[in-house]
Design a protein. Structure first.
Length: 337
């Protein structure tokens, strides 16, 4: 039985508490929440769980085996580092940290102590993303050419991170899960319509040595909510629409072939439009599977699917994107050293 403490009961914390409460191999002993106004609500929902204001008190407790951190990203590093130093397994909300240096430091510390360090990239556990991975592995789509993602809605404007740090981690983690190749460079542009200089609309492009390309459109300023990803392969194309309640994945037997004339001045394109296939996907709640994976990694000393290396790669891309934003969309090479 893993004895757990959860830090943060704001936007995502309630979902984590609910899902970990339903796991048979763990017990939530305490919740830390700095906003005292939320304590009454927590106690009504979970009267058996102790509520604290001070997160450090829980991290130092010898009764706790693992810490789940669901606080703003700027606090992740200090809380996770203290937890690891106190021999606690750690699950961090996305994005993992505010910088590559912080993420690498946490990974090194977790490895030295033999502890699980995991990041909650929940989408990797969804039936839709698992089905897309299956399609890629089985060669159904053929050679992958591009990925185009749109994640837009109205709000929530974040006070400490821009829209790419807020929304893009979901789709970057999916991309890195589906594609084995790592990007070599980033171009990012964005705009802030508030007086704090934090971009509320952002466009991110990832470039690959093979010619594969990925593009992300993120916005807090859209009148409609869109959660859509398109993957183009040489054989077939796949559309993932997370807003769709039942038909989340559509596989299009659609493509094109081309040839050029001898002087390469003219390209002849032949289009193919075929059937649309709607594969069945699992509807098990992804967050429940993520929670189970975290607990299993602790109890069986296995590497979780959404491991710290995936979290690091997401932060690596976001950090490079920030540099590109500051240079008005200039191409920034990604360093993996």
């Amino acid at each position: 039985m893993v004895k757990l403490a959860i830090i943060g009961f704001g936007y995502w914390g309630p979902n984590l508490v609910r899902n970990f409460s339903n796991q048979s191999n763990c017990k939530i002993l305490a919740i830390a929440e700095s906003n005292i106004n939320r304590h009454y609500h927590i106690s009504k929902l979970y009267p058996e769980i102790k509520i604290h204001v001070d997160a450090v008190e829980l991290i130092n407790s010898k009764d706790i085996d693992a810490i789940v951190v669901a606080t703003p990203v700027f606090s992740h590093y200090q809380l996770a580092k203290l937890a690891l130093e106190n021999n606690k397994h750690v699950l961090l909300e996305k994005p993992m940290t505010s910088s590559v240096r912080e993420a690498e430091d946490l990974i090194q510390l977790a490895n030295a102590k033999g502890l699980t360090l995991m990041v909650d990239h929940t989408f990797l556990y969804t039936g839709a993303v698992q089905k897309m991975k299956e399609l890629v592995l089985n060669g159904v789509l053929g050679k992958l050419n591009y990925l185009d993602s749109t994640r837009i809605n109205l709000g929530l404007f974040q006070p400490d991170i821009n829209v790419l740090w807020d929304l893009a981690p979901h789709d970057i983690s999916i991309l890195n899960f589906l594609v084995d190749e790592r990007p070599i460079s980033v171009n990012a542009t964005g705009v802030s319509h508030t007086n704090n200089g934090i971009e509320n609309i952002g466009y991110l492009t990832l470039n690959y040595s093979s010619g594969f390309i990925a593009h992300f459109n993120c916005s807090w300023s859209s009148p409609v909510k869109v959660r859509m990803m398109l993957i183009g392969g040489a054989e077939k194309m796949c559309l993932f629409n997370d807003i769709e309640p039942t038909e989340k994945i559509k596989v299009y037997d659609t493509g094109y072939s081309h040839q050029t004339d001898e002087d390469r001045r003219k390209v002849l394109v032949d289009y193919r439009v075929g059937d649309i296939h709607l594969p069945k996907v699992s509807n098990v709640e992804a967050l429940s599977l993520m929670a189970a994976d975290f607990l299993q990694s602790i109890q069986q000393n296995t590497e979780p699917l959404s491991n710290a290396k995936i979290g690091l790669d997401v932060v690596r891309i976001l950090e490079a994107a920030d540099m590109s934003l500051k240079k008005k969309g200039a191409e920034i090479k990604i360093s993996y050293s």
